[in-house]
Design a protein around this ligand. Structure first.
Ligand SMILES: Cc1ncc(C[n+]2csc(CCOP(=O)(O)OP(=O)(O)O)c2C)c(N)n1
Ligand SMILES: [Mg+2]
Length: 326
């Protein structure tokens, strides 16, 4: 693989901070009761979103699940429209109707996030099939957790994607937990990538906290998928530094485990790499400070934005004009 330029690495660093800080604001406002529903943060897992999405173009299709904020930002959606959606504003991606777990930005290829665990997998296969029929070189990518692999539809999707040679990139964020249950407690299959071989699918397991390793692996995977070489299952081993959702007291994790997870922070990891490559610490601090200001401004603008008009509740529910009942 060609070595990434310093400019690209700095962009990755900026994107990691953008996700971290935007989600920090979600946490802050959720604690203040300003976020409807239960937001799920990807704190600690940002390198997967950034490393994978750097290999996708706006025309590629993307699907995500309940932990979607980072994927959508990394795909290039406007952080203001994302944040406004999370707090239910009319200026949000879905005019405030979807919220944190239902981010859609079709213009940017984000065809949807869903709270239905594994429900996004067959939808992504469908989009990949459409891409194959359209023949314009698009691919579909889908992010899901290790818990999703226990659903039958995960296996059905692998089977159909393989049979039809679909241009589908399956990205598993293996954070070792499904809600409050550790992977050891819900599966005897250690590595999610092991599910690929029986279906004849290419797979790789990478360190998901190393944005460069994720980028490298995703580049190889996307080249095969886009080149009509068939689907690829990329398993990214990662850790969530926060609870399952905002407000989770995490009684199922020891203090030692949480401390060890914090040691693996993907942002600090890239920071160490960049300093080693000669980027002054001050330059990295300036990038983080600039993104912090940018996100604070986004949040204040979003908070001032109007909520949807209750009279418009039926708008966008159906594209068809429904007949009036007699
Ligand atoms: C079909 C379905 N079953 C159960 C749930 C409840 N649920 C929400 S998140 C979750 C665990 C998901 O774990 P994983 O796929 O590993 O994702 P993570 O939360 O670790 O990112 C479950 C079981 C759900 N939302 N949908
Ligand atoms: Mg998980």
């Amino acid at each position: 693989m060609a070595e990434l330029t310093l400019k690209t690495l700095h962009h990755f660093y900026e994107q990691l901070w953008r996700i971290r800080l935007l989600e920090g604001q979600v946490q802050r406002l959720a604690a203040a009761g300003e976020v409807p529903g239960f937001p799920h943060l990807s704190t600690g897992q940002e390198a997967v979103a950034v490393g994978v999405c750097a290999n996708l173009s706006a025309g590629d299709y993307l699907f995500s699940g309940h932990r979607a904020h980072g994927h959508v930002i990394a795909k290039g959606s406007d952080p203001f429209a994302v944040f406004a959606e999370i707090i239910g504003r009319d200026t949000g991606l879905c005019r405030g109707r979807g919220g944190s777990m239902h981010l859609v930005d079709a213009a940017n290829g984000v065809l949807g996030a869903t709270g239905v665990v594994a429900g996004n997998l067959p939808l992504a296969a469908g989009a990949a099939w459409a891409a194959q029929v359209q023949g314009e070189g698009r691919i579909a990518a889908v992010f899901f957790g290790d818990g999703a692999t226990g659903a039958g539809v995960f296996h059905e999707t692998l089977n159909m994607a393989s049979l039809w040679n679909l241009p589908l990139l399956l990205v598993c964020e293996n954070n070792g937990y499904a809600e409050f249950t550790s992977r050891e407690e819900h599966s005897k299959v250690g590595k999610v990538s092991a599910f690929a071989a029986p279906y004849g699918i290419s797979a790789q397991t990478v360190d998901g906290n190393d944005v460069l390793a994720v980028h490298d692996a995703a580049q190889k995977a996307v080249a095969q998928v886009r080149g009509q070489g068939g689907p690829w299952l990329l398993e990214c081993m990662t850790f969530r530094m926060a609870g399952h959702y905002v407000g989770d007291a995490q009684r199922y994790r020891s203090k030692e485990e949480l401390a060890a997870v914090r040691e693996k922070d993907p942002i600090e990891r890239l920071q160490r790499h960049l300093v080693g490559k000669g980027t002054p610490q001050g330059e990295l601090e300036a990038i983080a400070a600039r993104v912090k200001e940018e996100m604070a401004a986004v949040v204040e603008r979003a908070r001032r934005a109007p909520r949807p008009d209750p009279a418009s509740v039926m708008d966008y529910v159906s594209s068809a004009v429904l007949p009036q009942q007699a």
